[in-house]
Design a protein around this ligand. Structure first.
Ligand SMILES: Nc1ncnc2c1ncn2[C@@H]1O[C@H](COP(=O)(O)OP(=O)(O)OP(=O)(O)O)[C@@H](O)[C@H]1O
Length: 282
């Protein structure tokens, strides 16, 4: 598919047989899934399940040594630059600079992503507007609330007009109103542009409400895949109970007793990284 026309495929992401090891740890252990163009696809799973490793491979930040990933038909190994041009990525780690204004932060990303100089100012304003930060754009990012920082990071990723936006835990550490605002802004950009969204989350509630389809990961593998309604109704058939299954029931069924269960495979560094993200946003 080298040099193929991305418009020729409806599939935003095709991930086949992905295996990724950190030394002896098989962080991703044979993962297959595809994300259709225009959908919001959620990767759900406990700490250490392999979600971040999977999306870092999709973004080309980790090498794909076993398996294959295509983004709009482009092979992430052979066509790195083409893939990067199609992507926006909001990592878990802080990507905004507290000592720069909101506008300066987004402008920096516009340069990094090679947004043509003549279009930069307009695209930066549009991205800030899209996330509701037009008025605060002249303020230092260090004075922003956690929700504003997350929306600023969203603007940074949107400035290149990506066809695929990848978000790692976009609402971690945010209060309920800030969470809703992030999702609403995302929804508005999606309806305006048809952008595809791939998101990792621990929030069952958000996965249920905002994702078209979900893959539930546990110990490097996908244990269940489908729409939130599918996943819940499948569980209903297996364990008929008085009340309908929730997504949390689905999660417990496939991943053990809960997010903080020590059998789920999360390690110290997983907790540390989650806390670091949460505290800088809190
Ligand atoms: N740089 C690294 N070096 C060594 N092991 C790592 C590294 N990154 C991840 N791992 C291990 O790989 C496994 C999967 O980690 P990953 O970060 O992909 O999980 P995750 O599902 O994203 O977790 P979280 O929800 O905590 O972000 C874990 O066992 C983790 O400890």
């Amino acid at each position: 598919m080298e040099g193929s026309d991305p418009a020729m495929t409806d599939s935003a992401v095709e991930c086949t047989g992905l295996v990724y090891r950190f030394g002896a740890t098989r962080a991703v252990d044979g993962v297959d899934f595809s994300v259709a163009g225009g959908e919001v696809f959620g990767l759900l799973g406990p700490n250490g399940a392999g979600k971040t490793t999977t999306i870092r491979a999709i973004t080309t930040l980790l090498p794909v040594r076993a398996g294959m990933i295509r983004v709009f038909g482009h092979d992430v190994t052979k066509e790195k630059i083409a893939v990067r041009r199609l992507l926006g990525y909001v990592p878990q780690q802080l990507s905004a600079d507290a000592a720069l204004t909101g506008r300066e932060n987004v402008t920096l990303f516009a340069r990094v992503y090679d947004v043509p100089r003549g279009e930069r100012a307009r695209r930066v304003d549009r991205a800030l507007e899209a996330v509701g930060l037009a008025e605060a754009a002249g303020r230092m990012a260090g004075t922003y609330s956690g929700g504003m920082v997350r929306r600023l990071e969203l603007a940074q990723a949107l400035v290149s007009s990506p066809r695929l936006l990848i978000l790692d835990e976009p609402t971690i550490g945010l209060d309920p109103i800030a969470r809703t605002t992030v999702w609403e802004r995302l929804g508005e950009v999606r309806s305006a542009t048809g952008m595809t969204v791939l998101v990792t989350t621990h929030s069952m509630d958000e996965a249920d409400r905002y994702c078209d389809r979900l893959a539930l990961m546990h110990r490097g593998r996908i244990r269940a895949l489908g729409t939130p309604a599918d996943l819940k109704s499948r569980l209903d058939r297996r364990t008929p109970e008085a009340r309908p299954a929730t997504l949390e029931d689905v999660f417990r069924h496939y991943a053990g007793s809960g997010l903080d269960d020590d059998r789920t495979g999360g390690e110290f560094r997983d907790v540390r990284s989650t806390r670091r993200t949460a505290s800088r946003l809190g």
